[in-house]
Design a binder for this molecule. Structure first.
Ligand SMILES: N[C@@H](CCC(=O)N[C@@H](CS)C(=O)NCC(=O)O)C(=O)O
Length: 204
């Protein structure tokens, strides 16, 4: 079945899917949209690709899976990136939900605001939200660091989708003004993920 990734290549959410596919050796075709020009908000995109107006979306034949972590799961279900053990599988999901609720809305949003929009172009509301997002982003990184202290990967003893989901925006967190030297266990884990066979960087 042909796989097409509807994406914006600078997005960590999209990168998660490319990284999962690369680690599994699964080829995917890529289709680029400029989110800053509203290309995911056109009537055609909303009708045919994702009514939620966002990328990434993984197209499988004529069907579409929005939400990065769901798309990663589609690719990895039944592979070594999803633990066999029932508890570990639920624990993997726990970290993927943590990523979407505690990590991405803070770490990724600050990266987008500061490195892509630019501090001087932020709206009044965005400026007001900045300190809270900084604090919440640091809290997420701290929790990751504590969990990884003495562990190689988030779940069990091997790489899973939990690592991929959290890697995507953590490895570029410094673009959002987060200083990763405060999180040594996170830094060591980033290197372990990057050493996985088949790994591709965000710009590949
Ligand atoms: N929870 C979604 C988040 C998707 C999302 O926020 N996508 C952003 C780029 S990373 C987007 O499409 N923004 C364009 C817009 O909202 O118009 C996921 O994990 O895929």
């Amino acid at each position: 079945m042909d796989l097409i990734l509807h994406e914006y290549s600078q997005s960590g959410n999209c990168y998660k899917i490319r990284l999962t596919a690369a680690l599994l050796g699964v080829p995917i075709e890529r289709r680029e949209y400029d989110i800053e020009k509203g290309e995911t908000r056109t009537p055609e995109f909303l009708t045919t690709v994702n009514p939620n107006g966002r990328i990434p979306v993984l197209q499988i034949g004529k069907r579409f899976i929005p939400e990065s972590n769901a798309a990663c799961f589609y690719l990895a279900d039944g592979t070594a990136l999803v633990p066999d053990d029932r508890f570990d599988r639920a624990d993997m999901l726990r970290w993927m939900f943590f990523e979407q609720y505690n990590h991405e809305p803070n770490v990724a949003t600050l990266r987008f605001w500061l490195a892509f929009v630019g501090e001087t172009r932020l709206s009044e509301l965005q400026r007001t939200l900045l300190p809270g997002k900084r604090e919440a982003g640091e809290a997420a990184l701290r929790l990751m660091d504590e969990h990884l202290d003495g562990r190689d990967f988030f779940v069990g003893d091997r790489l899973s989708l939990a690592d991929i989901a959290l890697y995507a925006y953590t490895h570029v967190a410094e673009e959002g003004g987060f200083d990763l030297s405060a999180y040594p266990a996170v830094k060591a884990w980033l290197e372990r993920v990057a050493a996985a066979p088949g790994y591709v960087g965000m710009g590949a």
